[in-house]
Design a protein around this ligand. Structure first.
Ligand code: ATP
Ligand code: FE
Length: 336
């Protein structure tokens, strides 16, 4: 089975070709335009998708060495995401499926971040059901009970900012360019995580909150800058390490609570922030300390990519779970 997958939920245009559970190609065009605005501008994202989608799909087919006539189905991201961005991928997928007279398969982007663990690669291992998934990205922070491929229940999620936003907004306060998450990670590796203390929020159950952290980072930096205008420049590594430690602790506390509540010790992470070295290290330590079995995706499958849409497309294809031409994009699209 050959599936062409298309992802356009935010600011990356991506197309992939899957042969069953194997990725033949996974092309991602990242939009640079948003950097100068310090965040994703929806109008510009939509326009850039329109420019990128045809060449990106061509490249994905070329790299996979597959002719479009060989395709069995087309999978696309239906949501959640930016409406203008989703519309480009949705319309493109619908027309191409119609033109080729092959099935169309809609995919939930957040389910795809989790099911990326089922893309088969040399040396990769997939979790077995049931397992816990921590999805940490630019727009979401969720603890999900995964009972089966498409049977998922959200046990807890953020009440305000997503964890990726906590990284990016903290980075912005420090004067780092957008998206700042990877830079905070880079400097954190060189700093002392115990240099500064930031409060952890008190949130009931398995929900998260990150807006308080952003505010305390802002006040802290304003206060210290009054005493020393070069405070950020001289202590950048330590500040980043301390912020990252706080975020990782918040995530790990809730994961431990979820493991306690469910008795499930298989834990998988997904989403852009799973590229973070602090969370990766904390999970590896939890294997030794608590006997968990953890699953960390390859970097390529952490941030937005179409291969993760393709694996869900393949799983749905096997079940005969197709969409018809009346399907529309959904900016809000909850899983389960
Ligand atoms: P969603 O999946 O919720 O729709 P999204 O697709 O925009 O959101 P992703 O592409 O999955 O989000 O993740 C992007 C986020 O990941 C950004 O906030 C970015 O700063 C963050 N990120 C990427 N790498 C790292 C890293 N090494 N450390 C911390 N954050 C990181
Ligand atoms: Fe994403």
């Amino acid at each position: 089975i050959y599936i062409l997958a298309i992802e356009s939920s935010c600011d990356d245009t991506s197309a992939a070709v899957m042969c069953n559970t194997t990725r033949l190609s996974n092309v991602v065009a990242t939009q640079k335009i948003h950097e100068e605005y310090g965040g994703v501008v929806p109008e510009l994202a939509s326009r850039a998708h329109q420019q990128n989608i045809v060449p990106v799909v061509h490249q994905a087919l070329d790299k996979a060495n597959i002719d479009k006539k060989q395709l069995s189905a087309i999978a696309f991201t239906r949501g959640p995401g930016l409406m203008g961005s989703l519309l480009v991928g949705t319309s493109f997928a619908k027309s191409m499926a119609l033109g080729l007279q092959i099935p169309l398969i809609e995919v939930n982007h957040m389910q795809a971040h989790i099911l990326a663990h089922f893309i088969e690669e040399e040396g990769s291992e997939s979790p077995s059901f049931p397992f816990l998934a921590l999805t940490i990205s630019g727009g979401h922070t969720q603890v999900v009970l995964v009972k089966d491929y498409l049977d998922m229940e959200v046990l807890g999620e953020t009440l305000d900012d997503a964890v990726g936003e906590a990284f990016d907004k903290s980075a912005k306060i420090l004067g780092l360019p957008y998206p700042g998450g990877p830079l905070v990670d880079k400097y954190a590796r060189l700093g002392n995580p115990d240099a500064f203390q930031f409060p952890k929020p008190k949130v009931e159950g398995l929900n998260f909150s990150f807006s308080g952290l952003k505010t305390s980072v802002l006040y802290f930096i304003q206060r210290e800058r009054k005493k020393d205008p070069d405070f950020v420049e001289t202590h950048l590594n330590d500040i980043c390490a301390s912020i990252q430690k706080t975020i990782v602790n918040i995530l790990m506390d809730k994961l431990k609570a979820a493991v306690k509540q469910t008795g499930i010790t298989q834990v998988a992470i997904g989403g852009g922030v799973s590229a973070n070295s602090g969370i990766r290290k904390a999970l590896q330590e939890a294997e030794e300390d608590y006997g968990w079995k953890t699953y960390i995706p390859k970097f390529e499958y952490c941030t937005d990519n179409a291969a993760m849409i393709g694996i869900v497309g393949y799983l749905k294809y096997r079940m005969g779970d197709f969409s018809d031409q009346s399907i529309t994009a959904r900016a809000r699209y909850v899983i389960g």
